[in-house]
Design a protein around this ligand. Structure first.
Ligand SMILES: Cc1cc2nc3c(=O)[nH]c(=O)nc-3n(C[C@H](O)[C@H](O)[C@H](O)COP(=O)(O)OP(=O)(O)OC[C@H]3O[C@@H](n4cnc5c(N)ncnc54)[C@H](O)[C@@H]3O)c2cc1C
Ligand SMILES: NC(=O)c1ccc[n+]([C@@H]2O[C@H](COP(=O)([O-])OP(=O)(O)OC[C@H]3O[C@@H](n4cnc5c(N)ncnc54)[C@H](OP(=O)(O)O)[C@@H]3O)[C@@H](O)[C@H]2O)c1
Length: 453
């Protein structure tokens, strides 16, 4: 039997999970990684220039949630390890499963184009060209900064330093300075806390209120609270809302903007320290920035403060620099995919880890990789095109209904619900494949004999 040959772009935590899945199914593949190591975002100072990790970054999803299903993080790790632990874990993963030699390091994919016959032509950054039957995209979605658009009035006249959270390294930039941190997401809260220990003043500015989750509730990491996908979301929402209220009360009690939504309708911010630092008087909440002057920042409530540094923690853009823009792109972070993986018009391109879970990405990327592996091996068959389109439309409608409209909320999923639904879909597709005689769905234009690969 012949099986398709695949290319995987990226060996971050998503790419290596996909590589393992293909490897285990005996599918031939190349995995190209720009950097000299695996781990992507989790490699502080990564030579690919794409990591957003700062010196004191700790995960905000617990290690139990973040671990791949068959490779738990060591018991010796704390519940919320440092980025060095996480990067080491991904290194151990590829070595444990014998994947390292399957990855071509220091090699970026410059361009990927689909030929008229459906095969992929991949051009590498050393000029080499390769051909594949299938393409798995695992290039990450937290490396291209989203700056305020348009910039705040006066931003070009501000004499101090302005940077995006992506290039934040450590709090030495705040020493003895007055810092304005913009945003209400996890980057903003982490960086404001770091600033608060060394800056002369730290202001945390935001336009939308958020519900802030502590790292622990009932003595356990917050993401290990029971969360049964069979229980209606509204019931779970009420429970967690009650937990937050009992722990901290409403955010406006701390001078933070009042959330205009209920818990679960925006990406959550997790911080065990922000409320303490505000209540110690070391961080002053502010509403959104209105404008910048040479040495000060004015806020929309009319107040102004002197400032030396502004950090824009304003999120990220999804980008695929190796595709022609008019072929596959994600304008305003929108990209319509079947269950966040399959392209509705292109049968042989797949996206791994391209989602924003309430929970960790890694076990989801692992399940997605296995799903694509099943598909390429002929063990899973998609529903017909009309059902795929209807499923995507329903998914988009549900996201619009549930989430605050924002470029932040275009690829949201609930961890347990997504995995539960994916397992059901894989089983249904396995049955369709059985009825279809387990024929590989991707034409093997460049196929290899599995016995020989
Ligand atoms: C500050 C910060 C903290 C975070 N904390 C958490 C957390 O606690 N828990 C959690 O689950 N998620 C967290 N995330 C989300 C983060 O995206 C994931 O943890 C994880 O990094 C996703 O892995 P990935 O492989 O999809 O992407 P990445 O880690 O970005 O890896 C992508 C890889 O693809 C490679 N690549 C890209 N383009 C090319 C190309 N053209 N050719 C070859 N190689 C290429 C890159 O070099 C990189 O190695 C955090 C994000 C940020 C910014
Ligand atoms: N410790 C950790 O593990 C950790 C640390 C940092 C980040 N992360 C993860 O990294 C990812 C990115 O997080 P992030 O915090 O960098 O980005 P984010 O979640 O997208 O948050 C962006 C924030 O900036 C605000 N914003 C955007 N544009 C703005 C503008 N023009 N003016 C004013 N405010 C604006 C947004 O407000 P609106 O809601 O109004 O758009 C939001 O509060 C998330 O998955 C996060 O969980 C994890």
């Amino acid at each position: 039997m012949t099986l398709p040959r695949a290319c995987i772009i990226g060996a971050g935590s998503s790419g290596i999970a996909a590589a393992k899945a293909l490897h285990e199914r005996g599918l031939a593949f190349d995995c190209f990684e720009k950097s000299d190591r695996v781990g992507g975002n989790w490699v502080f100072g990564n030579k690919n220039g794409m990591s957003a990790a700062y010196r004191d970054l700790f995960i905000n999803t617990s290690r139990q949630r973040m671990s791949y299903s068959d490779f738990p993080m060591p018991e010796s790790y704390p519940d919320f390890p440092h980025h060095t632990h996480i990067a080491a874990y991904f290194d151990d993963y590829v070595d444990h499963f014998g994947l390292r030699e399957k990855i071509t390091f220091n090699t970026g994919v410059e361009h990927a184009a689909r030929r008229a016959d459906g095969a992929w032509e991949v051009t590498l950054d050393d000029g080499q060209r390769r051909e594949y039957d299938a393409l798995l995209v695992a290039n990450g979605h937290h490396w291209k900064p989203r700056w305020p658009e348009p910039p705040f009035p006066g931003a070009d006249t501000f004499a101090g330093q302005q940077l995006h959270a992506h290039s934040y390294v450590d709090n030495s930039i705040f020493e003895g300075r007055r810092a304005v941190i913009l945003g209400m997401g996890n980057s903003a809260m982490d960086i404001a806390v770091e600033s608060s220990y060394v800056a002369e003043r730290t202001y945390l500015a935001g336009r939308s209120g958020v519900w802030i989750l502590p790292k622990y509730v009932f003595g356990k990491p917050v993401d290990q609270m029971r969360n049964d996908p069979r229980v209606p979301f509204a019931v779970r929402q009420r429970l967690i809302q009650a937990v937050i209220r009992s722990y901290a009360g409403p955010p406006e009690r701390y001078g933070l903007p009042k959330p205009q939504h209920r818990f679960g309708q925006a990406h959550p911010t997790i911080s065990g320290r922000i409320l303490d630092r505000i209540q110690h008087g070391t961080i002053t909440p502010k509403p959104n920035i209105e404008s910048l002057q040479e040495a000060s920042v004015r806020f929309v409530d009319g107040s102004a403060v002197e400032a030396d540094v502004v950090v824009y923690c304003t999120g990220y853009q999804i980008a695929f620099p190796f595709f022609d823009e008019d072929f596959i792109s994600a304008p305003d972070n929108h990209i319509e995919l079947f269950r966040r993986v399959f392209h509705p018009q292109i049968a042989n391109v797949f996206f791994i880890g391209l989602l924003q879970p309430l929970g960790a990405i890694m076990p989801i990327a692992e399940a997605q990789g296995a799903w694509v592996g099943d598909y390429l091996a002929g063990d899973y068959r998609l529903p017909d095109a009309a059902r795929v389109r209807a499923d995507i439309a329903a998914d988009q409608a549900a996201m619009r209904k549930r989430y605050v409209a924002s470029k932040r909320h275009t690829i949201q999923v609930d961890f347990d619900d997504y995995l539960y639904a994916l397992a059901k879909e894989r089983a249904a597709g396995a049955e369709r494949a059985r009825r279809n005689g387990f024929k590989p769905p991707v034409e093997c234009l460049l196929s290899v004999d599995t016995a020989a690969s």
